[in-house]
Structures are given as C-alpha cells and as structure tokens.
Design a protein. Sequence first.
Lengths: 422, 422, 149, 149
Amino acid sequence: MTSLLAATTYDVAAVRADFPVLAREVNGRPLVYLDNASSSHKPRQVLDAEREFVEQHYSNVHRGVHTLSQEATDAYEAARERVARFLHAPDAREVVFTKNATEAYNLVAYSFGNAKAGSRFALGPGDEVCVTEMEHHSNLVPWQMLCERTGATLRWIPLTDGGRLDLTDLDTLVNERTKVLAFVHVSNILGTTNPVDVLVARAKQVGALTLLDGAQSAPHQPVDVAALDVDFFVLTGHKMLAPSGIGVLWGRRELLDVMPPFLGGGSMIEVVQMAGSTYAPSPERFEAGTPVISQAVALAAACDYLDDLGLERVHAHEQLLTARLIEGIRGLDGVQVIGPDSMHLRGAAVSFAIEGVHPHDVGQSLDELGIAVRVGHHCAAPVCRRYGVPATTRASSYLYNTEGEIDALLEGITTVQRFWSR
Amino acid sequence: MTSLLAATTYDVAAVRADFPVLAREVNGRPLVYLDNASSSHKPRQVLDAEREFVEQHYSNVHRGVHTLSQEATDAYEAARERVARFLHAPDAREVVFTKNATEAYNLVAYSFGNAKAGSRFALGPGDEVCVTEMEHHSNLVPWQMLCERTGATLRWIPLTDGGRLDLTDLDTLVNERTKVLAFVHVSNILGTTNPVDVLVARAKQVGALTLLDGAQSAPHQPVDVAALDVDFFVLTGHKMLAPSGIGVLWGRRELLDVMPPFLGGGSMIEVVQMAGSTYAPSPERFEAGTPVISQAVALAAACDYLDDLGLERVHAHEQLLTARLIEGIRGLDGVQVIGPDSMHLRGAAVSFAIEGVHPHDVGQSLDELGIAVRVGHHCAAPVCRRYGVPATTRASSYLYNTEGEIDALLEGITTVQRFWSR
Amino acid sequence: MSESLYQEIILDHYRNPHHKGLRDPYDVEVHHVNPTCGDEVTLRVKVAGGLVQDVSYEGQGCSISQASTSVMTDLVIGKPVDEALQTGEAFLALMQSRGQLEPDEDVLEDGIAFAGVSRYPARVKCALLGWMAWKDATAQAVTTGEAAP
Amino acid sequence: MSESLYQEIILDHYRNPHHKGLRDPYDVEVHHVNPTCGDEVTLRVKVAGGLVQDVSYEGQGCSISQASTSVMTDLVIGKPVDEALQTGEAFLALMQSRGQLEPDEDVLEDGIAFAGVSRYPARVKCALLGWMAWKDATAQAVTTGEAAP
Ligand SMILES: Cc1ncc(COP(=O)(O)O)c(C=O)c1O
Ligand SMILES: Cc1ncc(COP(=O)(O)O)c(C=O)c1O
C-alpha cells in the first residue's frame, strides 16, 4: 500500500500521549478510535486549562466588579478572541458562543422567524430557503421548522450517484426568492467537501445569505471565514478537542448587529421593563443567560492545541490515513465506499457497506475487536435513503490516529466478513 | 449576636477544603466569596467525576454501538436518573438537559409558540401569560417575546413595599384567560421565598400551566417537584456546584410528551425526509444535537455532593448565616436591606443599600478587602425600578461560607462607609 | 467473536428465518421503523377464536432484529392471544434487565438466546422491533374483532 | 483602600462635581443610560462659532461616572469642538488601554487620574458614560447647526 501524500510531519506518538483514553483496551484489544466525526477525544492540555480556570478564576461573567468576576470575564472574552483568530475572523464580536452547532443553526433560523415583516431577515410565503440533500439533520430540521412557521418553501440541491452535489439545477434552486442558502462544508456521512465558492457566488448573485456548516471542516483544516466569503459559519467544540457543551456561530458583524434576538434572558438585554425590553448589541444579544464559560476557556485551549500542531499538517496527516483506508477498501471484495471513493475534495469520514452484513452487525463485530466506528444514518437519513441503504458504517480519523489503526480496521473488516459468511 | 438556628451539623472546614479557590487571596486578603446567587464554585469531587468520565469513557451518546458510546450513553442516562432523584421526580424521562436555566424557559415559551391553533399550548390574542414583578430577566423576556409573537397579553403580580408578592389582585391577574403562570421560587435579588401553594392553587382553578423557576431554590433546599405540584420546574447547574453549560427543565411526562419541539436537529427526530420530519418522544425531542454530556455527568456528581451533605443541613446552615447578616445589617446605621428583612420565608440572597455610596463603589471597595459581592440589577431591573434604586449590593452565601465571613462582610461595610464619608 | 451477543441460535434464525414472507389471510398489517438505525418490518396478524392464527412479515435489519422476529413468530403462532402477550411481556422484561435476569426457557424457548443482548442497550431496540410490531397489530386486530358485530 | 482606582482627584470631583446642573441655553439634550448598572446622565450642550460654549448635566451613578463627567466638562468647555473631540478620543484610548498607556497630562489634565480605571474593565463603561453622552449631543448639535440656514 503506497501513501498518496508525504508522511506526517508531527510526532503522532507524542500527540497520542496527550489523550489518556487512547491507552485503553476495549474487549481485551487496544482501542482503535475511528469515530471522530461523531466526537473527538480531548487532550490533557484542554482539560488542564479548563480545570485551572475553574479551580482558580471561576465566577459568573459580565456582571461583576469583584476580582474573580473580572478574571472570569477576561478569560471568557479572551476565548472569544482566540476563536476569532482561529477562524481568521476580522472581529471577535462576530463570535457567538452556543451550546453546540445545532443551537447555532436554530439561532439563525429562529432569528429570521422573529424578524418583523420588511426586515431583510423576514420570511414568508413565496420566499425560499435552500439546503442540500446531504445536510446533517441539525442544519435541515431547523429550516424545515422555519418554513413551516413562516410559509416559506424549502428547496434542496440533490446528490449525484458519486456522492457529490448535483449542481445542474443550481440556478433554479437558488433564485431571486432564495433568502438563505445553508449547506455543509464537509459532509459527515459522505466525506464530500463542497465547492463553497460556486455556491457562494450563486447566492451572491441573487442576494441570498449563506450559512456554512463547518462542524466537520473546522476541526480538520484551516478555516478562513473571510476568504470563504460566507455570511455565517458554524462549528461545534466537541468534534475539535474541546468538551461537549460548546459551539460557535460566527456571523458578519453588520448582520449580527441587526438580526433579531433568539433566546431571551439575562445579559442579552439593554433596558428591561415589565411591559417590554430592548436588546444588547451582538454578541451579547445572542448569549442569553449564564454562558458556557469554562467550556469557552477549554475551546480556546483546543484552538491553541490545533494551531500549535498546525491544521495544514493535521489535514495532511488525515488525508494520508483516509487515502490508505479508501485504497484498502478498494482492495476488498464485497465492500463499497458510499460517497466519493477518491481523495479528490474529501474529508476524513468514510462510509462504507459490507455486502450481506447489516451495519449494526458490522459495528458490533468491530467493537469486539476494539475498533470504534459509528453505524446508523449519522443524522443524515436522507442520504441513506438516496443511496438505498438503511444505514452505513463510518470510519473517521483524526490527528491522533495512525496508519496501523487504519490497517487494523481493514483487517477487522475482513474478520467481520469471515464471521458473517459462516 | 445570637444565632436564630441551631449550629451547623456538618464540618464546614472539611467542605471548604473541597473547593481550591476558597484558599485564594484577593488583593492580599483571604477571599470571602459571597456571590453564590450569581454562581457557585465547584468541589473537587465534581471536577474529578467529569474528568474521569472524559478521560476514560467519553464518546458521543445515543447513536453508537461501540463500547465507549455505550459507556457514555449509560453515564449520561444515569445522570438523568440522578437528577430525577434529586428533584423527587417520578420519572427520569421528565428530565430534559439544557445549557442553562435560560434555555429552559425559552424552550417552554418557544414550544408554546410552535403549537398549532387548538393545541393546549397554543397562544393567541386574548390569551394571557402571568409572571411576577420579581422575575429574573430569563423568566421574563422569553414570555415578553412569546406574547409579542403571538399577540397574547403579559400580566404580572406586583410587589409589596416589603419585597413580597402582592397577592391582592391574584384572582384578576390569574384568570380564565391565563395559559401559563411562570414565577420564581426564591428571588435572586430580594431573597423572597414565594408561596408556591397559593399560586399553584389559583392556577389550577383556572387551568393555567405553572412553571417554577428553581434556579435559586434547588441549590439551597430540598425540592420535591411532585409535592410542589407544578407543571414545570427549572434549575441551572452552575449555581449548585456543577460546571457552567448545563441546566434542567423538568416537566410532567404527559405535557412533555405532547409539547411541540423547540430546537430542531440530530437526536430529536424520528423520521427525517427532505420534505418534513417527525419527532422523537421526550426527553430526546427537546435535546437536539450533541447534548451537554460531560456536564450532565458533573451535575449528577453535584447532586451526590449535595445529597450526601443533606440539603436540609445546607439550608439550615445558610439560614444561620443569612440571619446573622440581616441582624448585623440591622445594627448598622445607614444600611438598609432591600427585600424581606426578617428570616420569614427567605433564601440566602440579601440585597442592601448603603446610604450615600453607589453600589458600584460598594462592590469595588469590598473587593479591595477580598470580599466578593455582586452589584447591579442582578438581571431583575424591574425590581430596582420598583424600589427606586439604580442597583443593589447583594451578598449571598452557600454551603461553604462561615459565620466569620459574614462578620468580615459586616466589618467591610463599616470600612466602606468610613472611606466614602471622608 | 461476540459469543455473548451473537449466540448460535440467533445466527441460525438470522440465516434461516421462520415464517418469513407476507401471507394471506390477515386482519391487520402494520409497518414499524426503528428511526435510529433504519431497520423496518412490515407485519401481518390473523387472530381468530382468541388464538394467534398466523403472523407473517417482511423486513430489513440487523441480525438481532431479524432473528428476534423469527423467534417471536415461533413463540406466538398458535397460542392463545393472552398467553402470547404474556410471552411478549416476559421477553420485554428480559430485554430491559441489563443482563440481570435469568430467562425462563419454558416460556421463551429460543428467545433465551437474547439474554446477552440486554447488556447492549443500543441493541435492545433491535431485538424489540418485531415484538412491538406484533403487539401493535394484535391490539388492533383484537379491538377490530371486538368492534365487529 | 483602592488607591489605584479611587485616586484623590476622582474623589474630589465626585464630592464636588464641576459644572453640574442643567442650564439654558442649549442646542441639544441627550439622556444616556448604562443598562448594566443603572447609571444615567442627562446632558446638554451649547455649541457656537465652532466652540463648546457650555455643557451641563444631571445624573446619578457611581463615583467613577460622576467624577469622569465632571472632569470632562472641565476639559471641553470653551474649547474648539474639534480639539474637544480629540481630547475625547485620547480619553477613550486611555480607557481601552488596560493599564498599558501612559496618559498625557497636557491633554487630559485631571483625566489622567482615570488611568487606573482602565485596569478594571467592568468600570470602563462608568468612566465613559458622560463622555459618550457629550459626544452624541455634540454630534447632533453640529449636524443641526450645519443643517440650519
Ligand atoms: C432566579 C433566577 N432565575 C434564572 C436564572 C438564570 O440562570 P442561567 O443564567 O443559568 O440561565 C438565574 C441566575 O442567573 C436566577 O437567579
Ligand atoms: C456536518 C455536521 N453538522 C452539524 C452537526 C451537529 O453538531 P452538534 O451535534 O454538535 O450540534 C454535526 C455533528 O453531529 C455534523 O457532523
């Protein structure tokens, strides 16, 4: 098996040592964790940063003059700046902390729903929202619900047999009635990387706002929101070395400044009277209540970890592993990749089907070998329907995985085939 | 100074040793942390439980068959059961994890807004929502926004000069048109404990649903949602020894089962097609996207910590401290309690005003002495307006505070008075 | 591999399912889906004289769901409806036992092979898919039967 | 106590504020509120011939906001509008410096006493309340003046 790319330029063994769980055994075998598209593990450095903060500098933020409150506020706002730098965002006030990516899509969709008629965000019958057939449910259902509430129409860009967006009818699907084009940067089920430039160019032609779902791109490759030229970008912390419980909505300042609020409550207000309230500017406007304070500090540490390693190098390493996996699968009878089966424009998630073995049984059998993969519809049920499978088995690598682990998976697939063809 | 209650029956010094930050110095003086109504610190036990989980058993939940995923799901669902037990809820599936209390109020308010006409949750012109004038913005603004969206009318129960609900017009304010009565259990600014039984009885007479804001009660006293006989109860983790980033909505099973969803996304669905989706039963229906996994594990550990100590004893300890503080303030010239100035039906938050010194200056000056109190409107601006003050200074104790710290605050107040009357 | 979960009995039923295929006559047909994994079953029941006369089905799914449906048909066909429902309850209790229950072979026959599944919460729904469909269809059939003059 | 924050100059201005009270004549009156702490100021400006003729105000707030407003009136009254606005920018820069800027006494006079405030982010808004109100009112006065024939 030859490598498509140059060898990794960082010390994977040293990286692995930062993740205690990777030393675990599962069912008597060393854990091979290939479920990173679902969630990643967290390095010592991130957990230590959060703990140090909580043990020495914790307090609620924003509202206090006492020392701990100032320290906590400083740490929280520094985290905002750190994430802005991570995304190459021009302004830290464009970074809104949410609890996960899902809240971020809902934030935008509900904000639109809360807009008064005549506002640039308002939607109604005749307006359209466009998504793609490969969206994660989290970037699909909020738009379905918005359309149901407002009477707007949901349209979607279909898929080719090869697992890519079928852009044939793009100009019809994204048209003068389109208010928002929301789409995934890198698919969590197919691994496809979408042509952001083409979609953004079309959206701009018709004046539609663009939201890019970066849940599967931000952890794995450098992201420059200014260069991507989208209006909104979303990521989720737990897939990029940070704890569960934190996500990020990045939005252009001039949009966030005028977008109606979503969650109402403490900190998002300006003047509150019983009869009605006015709202703070962004990002506070969109962070009602006590925010995800220590998780933001942890996310900043995760950005440090990733940037210290270098996302180009992380990406190169994963491309190496993914190529090895795809090549390996190609060499096996009765196993088929669902999604792009080359390395052209694809990320680290690889879905596949083993002939005659249900994905549930594949996943369970691999677990017996210590190999953790995900099985199911991966919160993208329409993709499964599109390709006529009830579910897929998905392996997805990250910065700490090794070529040896990919080989273990390939060997595991063969073992599974043998067991289930008895 | 005499104690109103028997001495504390647990070892406060031992408890303090569990909280590393309490050993800190601030401005060269031992930290006296009396900002617990804003947020509490977190004991080693809680941080250790979260870390052990993240380092050894972490994975995304609900969707995987591999071992880590099962372990993580087990831990997450065990946390749900633990919280149900903490609240004496009859059924763990009545516990919905949110990111904070604020999300929980919004969840209910938006669910109502999403209800189809004719549903028991639907609101429109002519319908009413009733709150109180002492609500935290988080349990006020979501209802204002709901009323604005639906055309329903917001009403509120006013306050007496003594800092209690003025129930004179209760029967008019809560009437046949009232769909929801949302009110705070223990006020975060006045310290008032409200007569839940009286309000619930009236709501039941007219068929209104009740939501009790337990953000300031659940951390400090035993809560039995069945005995309280409310329909919804809300708490927030960071005020009760758990990390930021987690809250809880408890709701009666038969209500949650039919309430429309709020956030759309992964895990809250049943069947997703591009053209529309159906939704899972509660609690999954209300937990879209990757949930606050490790924070739930930490919250369960916080419940253990509190129940091991015994909330009756925690409550008794705090009543002791609060009584000492109120008595002490009564003995000072030019200092006045804003809110009930006796121990009758009150919690641990004590707001006060020092004649001639702005609360900001009080807070800053106390910080110079190492004493952390909160100043401002405490996210209850209408209360400040009601009592004609721009802001208050608030001291709020918790299970780790000591009588000595209360005395330090009282002495600090005298020092502040001296400095500002020069 | 997986001896505790993939018992030989389960694999046998999976490879050679009993009573599979949709048959006439029937009273009620139901379609059940497990949304998290996409498994589905279409199932028919024929009830007469208080007896489960026939259960027939088509479906796709993992070994556990397919085998469990096959075992279920063996256990209920020909039995009085009441007794069959009780068997269903016994199987449900076993599945919810997290490995803590000793199954009764007299009641569950081949179903005891699923005892190990109860230790895999993610798979319990698979094992219950066919049973739930049958219970639903039977309840409908009984109600319809009673409602009919 | 609090020597770094509560400089004697600040306390003096707080106890004996300069130019306080609302006066006629004026071109524009504004009302600014700091929603997080409830501090508020009502402020009037009179501009003529490119000069800040008068600034008068009423308000309630903490020592920092009150003293800073008092210092501001000293610094701007009688100055050319342009120069006064530049002084305002210099004060703003000092406040945002987090203790990293050495203030220029020639420009800021008593305002240098607020250098320490910049290390207390929660108080920066207090120190800026009066300045922001003045800037807002002056901008309106200038625009109105220009618009007038
Ligand atoms: C009474 C009360 N309700 C609600 C809240 C809101 O809690 P959170 O900010 O965690 O959402 C708080 C605390 O801030 C509170 O004191
Ligand atoms: C492509 C994509 N979008 C959105 C999400 C939702 O992220 P979260 O569950 O953290 O909200 C995920 C992951 O689950 C994803 O893979």
